[in-house]
Design a protein around this ligand. Structure first.
Ligand SMILES: [Zn+2]
Ligand SMILES: [Zn+2]
Length: 384
């Protein structure tokens, strides 16, 4: 493994256009805010617009740039792709082409020297330091050859700068003007919203690689962090995401706060997104068990008992799969032949259903047994 080279910030290594913009915008906000407040206080219209626009632009990044373009976790109608590209530019995080290439590089090389926002190079670097530095030319769009051929993506790439300025500052100023407060539109919906937008996205690269839980894998630094999920419309479940990057969900459980997942799902019910990719329940469960086991063996705990329970869990899981397959098959057949009623088939379905329920109870018991073991072993003194 290559050693990690520490980032050096100096006149030669900094990329001035982004450095001046990233550091100049907060300065502009600090100068303009007291002047604005001396003149007036923002109306509810301006404040609510800023919040709505912030979440909407963020959604264009999470659903569009991230889950659609970077990972291809679902398919979408062209009008949606246009919305993501036009408003995504307004989040001022570079074109989809550059963003996706960097992001795929991050997944492929996570925590190494080749990770564009490697946490191994420090929290500031992962948060925003990497944007301030010149990027090596060898990585230019290297991971997005497919997107380079995409007409919509390359149009956005060619027109990125004027589009970004228009959507990030132009539209907010116009909207503010329509509400009778052009300066408020520029300052609050434009500048302040942009600053908050940036740092929320940056938190995914910094906070989610430092603080949180690792239920699915210990092989990378990504963590599930609920606070970041709240702010970043669902992107905080980063441990799941790095483990199963092809899944359109980041918060995999139904109650996980993942509005991006809910929006993609709702759009699919309306026929606007389709072919949503999900990781199988077995694969997710296997990763969870594996992560628990690794956590304990890192502490030096003997995990023999866990291995036994894991074998039992996997046995029950495959039994459930078989039963479910039989059950679904019979159900389809039964529906097809509903006209000529067949008592035996009906009884067979009921029987299979009961068996399936029993297997599920068995699985729940085994999982409870597993978590009891994990709790006991976690509390036990280590041998190290
Ligand atoms: Zn990451
Ligand atoms: Zn990703």
């Amino acid at each position: 493994m290559k050693t990690i080279s520490k980032p050096i910030y100096n006149l030669r290594t900094l990329y001035w256009p982004t450095t001046l913009f990233l550091l100049g915008l907060p300065l502009l906000a600090l100068i303009l805010t007291p002047i604005y407040f001396a003149l007036q206080i923002p109306s509810w219209g301006i404040l609510i617009s800023a919040i709505v626009y912030m979440f909407f632009l963020n959604f264009c990044i999470t659903a569009g740039y991230h889950r659609y373009y970077s990972h291809r976790t679902f398919q979408a109608k062209p009008w949606l792709q246009w919305v993501w590209l036009i408003f995504g530019a307004g989040a001022f995080q570079m074109s989809a082409l550059k963003w996706c290439s960097d992001h795929r590089r991050h997944h492929k090389n996570v925590d190494t020297n080749d990770d564009p926002y490697s946490i191994a190079k420090g929290s500031f670097y992962a948060h925003m330091g990497w944007i301030l530095l010149k990027d090596s030319e060898i990585y230019k769009n290297k991971f997005a050859a497919d997107l380079e051929k995409n007409k919509r993506v390359s149009w956005q790439h060619r027109n990125y700068y004027w589009l970004a300025i228009l959507m990030s500052f132009g539209v907010p100023t116009l909207w503010g003007w329509a509400l009778g407060d052009a300066l408020g539109g520029f300052l609050i919906i434009g500048v302040w919203r942009q600053l908050i937008n940036w740092h929320i996205t940056f938190f995914v690269n910094s906070v989610c690689h430092m603080w949180g839980s690792q239920p699915y894998s210990l092989k990378h630094s990504a963590k599930d962090n609920f606070i970041v999920a709240l702010l970043a419309v669902g992107e905080g479940y980063h441990n799941f995401h790095h483990t199963f990057e092809g899944d359109y969900r980041n918060g995999v459980k139904w109650y996980n706060w993942d509005p991006t997942k809910w929006a993609i799902r709702s759009l699919s019910l309306a026929g606007q997104t389709y072919k949503l990719r999900r990781t199988s329940k077995e694969a997710i469960l296997r990763s969870r068990l594996q992560a628990d086991q690794e956590r304990l063996s890192v502490r030096g705990v003997n995990t023999e008992a866990l291995t036994r329970v894991q074998t039992q869990i996997e046995g029950v899981m495959s039994k459930i799969n078989e039963l479910k397959k039989d059950y679904d098959l019979l159900k389809t057949e039964y529906r097809k032949k509903a006209a000529d009623w067949e008592q035996t088939r009906k009884e067979k379905i009921l029987h299979l259903k009961a068996e399936l329920e029993l297997a599920k109870i068995e699985l729940r018991n085994r999982l409870n047994q597993w978590s009891r073991y994990v709790d006991i072993m976690s509390a036990a003194p280590t041998y190290t």
